[in-house]
Design a protein around this ligand. Structure first.
Ligand SMILES: [Ca+2]
Length: 426
């Protein structure tokens, strides 16, 4: 692995403990060749971006709402959440709490004709509250959005606090929204700290949905009998990354692990990702609120592999057919958030590799593991054959969203309020 020791974010000696990726030559651009620009700063937890061909960039802020940055750099607020100021309109049912708020955004592949955009947010319109995928029409002059239609209104939301270690409301909503090359719409969801949801055939948390732009199930989805037909895969923990292989069309998910084992999984239609954090499994015992998602915890003296043996991210003992991950972050949980394939000759050997944004964890106030990993797959897309940490030409951050812009640059949003642009040599 190549590492620029002059990079402030990589300068912690402890970091080497957390990045035990294979030591391989770096084939892509490095600090000396990757141009960096801050596209926007001073934002409030930017969560996701979506581009038009001319570089127009829609983006969400978790507790504020939806805005658009025009190619000339002008920013126009489009839709505010409850209490947000400075927007032409607000949707007062949209709110933020804990990890929840306004999250993923995607533009319609036929935007030029439809003017449609899709946004995923937490809503209090119903009780219990839910996460919703909404469709809007963007005004011709980009001054606002209208014609809201909630095409998915039943993704579970965690209402109440609980007494396990990360017990706040609003946990584990998933949140990424993407179109694939064939025009299907995908939404990733999370488990809400709820043991029933991951393997439930009807609760739409812990799932990856493949739908159309009206929210109807894709006709080729093949979940087990009795499952909601919108289900492409189930048994996930909290998926915040989904990417589509540019050549094979394989769908790849990135999700957060429970104090061990972030996972990247190549999805199988109808597949079970094997997360089932229920009580009373052998060796697990009772867990707070019946949710064994953090049991045993990392303070009980076990290393990450011992913890994984009690509460596996992929429980192949109970579910022998479960989809196996192709990468588990060497057993660490560091917040694997977003994934996108790099495309373009400027990326060199990384043309066709997948970039993964990792938010990192903090020990004693020191951020560890904040990085972008570049993963190269074998031709069959069954294995990750190379992982390289991207040498950053700027300070790292909590990499929440990665999107490939129409110019071939990699755009990266960090929780610290910035959207970066990383451009390979042309
Ligand atoms: Ca899994």
């Amino acid at each position: 692995m190549f590492r620029d020791l002059g990079n402030a974010a990589a300068g912690f000696a402890a970091l080497t403990l957390f990045t035990a990726a294979p030591v391989l030559a770096q084939g892509g651009p490095n600090t000396t060749s990757l141009a960096h620009e801050v596209v926007l700063e001073g934002l409030d937890a930017p969560w996701d971006m979506a581009f038009l061909e001319d570089g127009t960039m829609f983006y969400t802020e978790k507790c504020l709402g939806l805005s658009v940055r025009m190619p000339d750099g002008t920013v126009t607020p489009l839709l505010g959440m409850s209490g947000a100021e400075g927007y032409p309109a607000t949707a007062d049912d949209l709110f933020c709490e804990g990890q929840a708020g306004m999250m993923g955004v995607a533009v319609d592949p036929d935007f030029a004709e439809t003017r449609r955009i899709y946004v995923y947010s937490t809503s209090n319109m119903s009780d219990p509250h839910t996460n919703r995928l909404m469709r809007f029409t963007v005004a011709e002059d980009f001054s606002g959005v209208s014609e809201r239609t909630d095409i998915v209104d039943d993704v579970p939301y965690k209402m109440a606090a609980s007494d396990h270690p990360f017990g706040g409301p609003g946990a584990h909503n998933g949140g990424r929204v993407r179109f694939d090359a064939e025009g299907a719409l995908w939404l990733t969801t999370g488990d809400n700290h709820n043991a029933e949801i991951p393997q439930s055939p009807t609760l739409m948390g812990s799932k990856i949905l493949r739908i159309d732009t009206d929210g109807n199930a894709h006709p080729d989805n093949a979940p087990p009998e009795g499952f909601d037909p919108r289900t492409f895969t189930y048994g996930h923990r909290n998926v915040q990354g989904i990417a589509f292989h540019p050549e094979t069309g394989d769908v790849i998910a990135a999700e957060h692990g429970p104090w061990h084992s972030d996972e990247i999984t190549v999805l199988e239609n109808g597949g079970n990702a094997g997360w089932d954090p229920r009580d009373n499994m052998a060796g697990r015992g009772d867990c707070p609120d019946g949710y064994c998602g953090y049991s045993p915890n990392q303070e009980e003296g076990m290393d990450r592999y011992e913890r994984a043996s009690f509460m596996p991210m992929t429980d192949t003992e109970t579910y022998p057919e479960a989809m196996r991950p192709v990468w588990d972050n060497n057993g660490w949980s560091q917040g694997t958030s977003s994934a996108v394939f790099l495309e373009g000759a400027g990326w060199g050997d990384w043309d066709g590799a997948m970039a993964v944004g990792i938010m990192g964890i903090g020990f004693g106030g020191t951020p560890i593991g904040q990085r972008i990993d570049i993963m190269e797959f074998n031709d069959d897309v069954t294995e990750v054959v190379d992982v390289t940490e991207l040498t950053l030409p700027m300070e790292a951050g909590r990499f929440r969203s990665l999107v490939l812009g129409p110019d071939g640059s990699l755009y990266a949003a960090v929780d610290e309020g910035m959207i970066h642009k990383l451009t390979p040599p042309q």
